[in-house]
Design a binder for this molecule. Structure first.
Ligand SMILES: CC(C)(COP(=O)(O)OP(=O)(O)OC[C@H]1O[C@@H](n2cnc3c(N)ncnc32)[C@H](O)[C@@H]1OP(=O)(O)O)[C@@H](O)C(=O)NCCC(=O)NCCS
Length: 435
């Protein structure tokens, strides 16, 4: 459109520039022409933490944070959670369309074909201390797969990329389950390809001496829904790491490992573990008001609350609340739910949280469900990483195929010293004393 431009007047030079708008954005490179003279580098944008910068074009996930909308490839998350299996959604995220029956069968077969991990990788896992954090084991073991599949470095070959995608989606539940068994000192359970993706994961977690493990159908479905809700979330911290590391053309194993490392932080995927610690610390419903007052006074954050993009209810949290009831029908009610509900009730009426648009996010309820399913809190972020591997890989595919992308390399505003002369070591103490 003709009027899709900005007129910028540089008050330093009185020059006027016409800057095109592209899909509502300014291309930062178009600002470079705004200079005070030939020696001037030109105007840059400054945006710590990417508060208002689009780093890519993506067709995968749409979020409207004000309206509380989340869609994968155009389909509302509520419909996908109700009607699909996780691997069906994984196909949609990866290829852009829901699969036909034949496409789904092939996709599932391909993933199941790759669920085993090499025995040397199993030995690698055995080397961790008994009390190693499962997320540290997960991050390291996924990275170690890079040494097993050397051909994965050939990232420009589409068939090779797809093979690694099948392998990664197939193997992450196996690695995750092995980290869990390792921390308990139990023998590892090999994958059972008669089972669905989530049933097989549960088999590798909980099979003991029975010849065939059978997951409770309601629990397997709940886990499938949890996986669907966590599969992608556009340009979040870990997706950005996936793209940033991927932009150097590193292989997908180290890329996924780096993304998982970003996920492990308490402000990102690690928040669900922190929610449980917080609920333990609060202890009982009557202590909730005092806890909220201490958060408002600046003593820590209400974990599982707030989101960079959602400034309304996180739609995933609403589905999780529903899934929690299905799980509690089987497991009995997790007493922590009462504390969580009270926290939510009081916080949503409180001026501090209303003003800052802080609502429960996906991590607020997922931990309570996982705990009811008998997972230890240290496993929660690993449970997030399994389905998010699909999102990371779809973002990586998009990156590699995007002709506009190059190695990601931000600029900086240099705030350090101007050039200065070297000071010999024997003179430094005297200079420091004078300063
Ligand atoms: C998710 C999160 C990192 C988003 O951060 P952000 O977009 O950078 O938002 P900010 O940190 O700028 O927060 C804006 C304001 O709300 C406050 N705030 C944000 N999250 C808060 C929380 N969980 N509890 C209490 N106050 C919170 C901030 O202190 C800030 O207050 P101020 O304006 O008085 O300084 C942040 O909300 C958070 O740390 N939440 C807890 C961790 C969590 O649940 N993470 C999982 C995300 S899915």
């Amino acid at each position: 459109m003709e009027n899709e431009t900005l007129t910028v007047i540089d008050n330093r030079t009185q020059k006027t520039y016409t800057i095109p708008l592209y899909k509502g954005t300014v291309r930062a490179m178009d600002l470079r022409q705004i200079k005070t003279g030939p020696d001037d580098f030109g105007v840059m944008t400054y945006d710590p933490a990417f508060m208002n910068t689009a780093s890519c074009q993506s067709a995968i996930t749409f979020i409207d944070g004000d309206k509380g909308i989340l869609r994968y490839r155009g389909y509302p998350i509520e419909q996908l959670a109700e009607k699909c299996t996780f691997l069906e959604v994984a196909y949609l995220i990866m290829f852009g369309e829901l699969p036909t029956e034949t496409q789904l069968k092939d996709w599932v077969d391909n993933i199941k074909y790759h669920t085993m991990i090499h025995e040397t990788t199993k030995k690698f896992l055995e080397g961790f201390r008994y009390n190693a954090h499962p997320m540290g084991m997960f991050v390291s073991t996924v990275a170690a797969l890079s040494t097993v599949y050397a051909e994965s470095r050939n990232v420009h070959d589409p068939a090779n990329r797809m093979l690694q995608i099948h392998r990664l989606i197939g193997k992450v539940p196996t690695i995750a389950a092995y980290t869990y068994r390792h921390s308990l000192g139990y023998p590892y359970v090999y994958p059972d390809n008669d089972l669905s993706y989530t049933e097989n994961f549960m088999n590798m977690l909980w099979k003991m001496v029975e010849p065939k493990y059978q997951a409770h159908p309601a629990m397997a479905r709940a886990l499938d829904i949890l996986f669907i809700l966590h599969a992608d979330h556009e340009q979040n911290c870990s997706a950005n790491v996936m793209r940033s590391v991927g932009s150097s053309l590193a292989d997908p194993y180290v890329c996924v490992s780096s993304a998982a490392a970003a996920l492990s932080g308490p402000l990102h995927g690690g928040a669900n573990e922190e929610v449980l610690k917080m609920l333990d610390e609060i202890g009982s419903k009557d202590k909730v008001p005092a806890y909220i007052e201490s958060v408002k006074a600046g003593h820590g954050k209400l974990m599982g609350f707030g989101h960079r993009i959602y400034k309304n209810y996180d739609p995933r949290a609403r589905i999780l609340k529903w899934a929690a009831d299905r799980v509690f029908d089987v497991t009995g009610r997790n007493p922590k739910l009462d504390i969580a509900l009270e926290l939510e009730r009081i916080a949503l009426e409180d001026e501090y949280f209303i003003k800052r648009k802080l609502y429960p996010n996906v991590d607020f309820y997922s931990g309570i469900i996982y705990q009811a399913m008998r997972f230890k809190p240290e496993m929660f972020t690993v449970l997030f990483a399994i389905p998010r591997t699909v999102g990371w890989l779809a973002q990586w595919q998009e990156l590699i195929m995007d002709a506009e992308q190059k190695i990601a390399r931000p600029r900086q505003i240099f705030t350090g010293h101007e050039v200065r002369n070297f000071v010999p070591i024997e003179q430094r103490a005297a200079i420091a004393a004078k300063a």
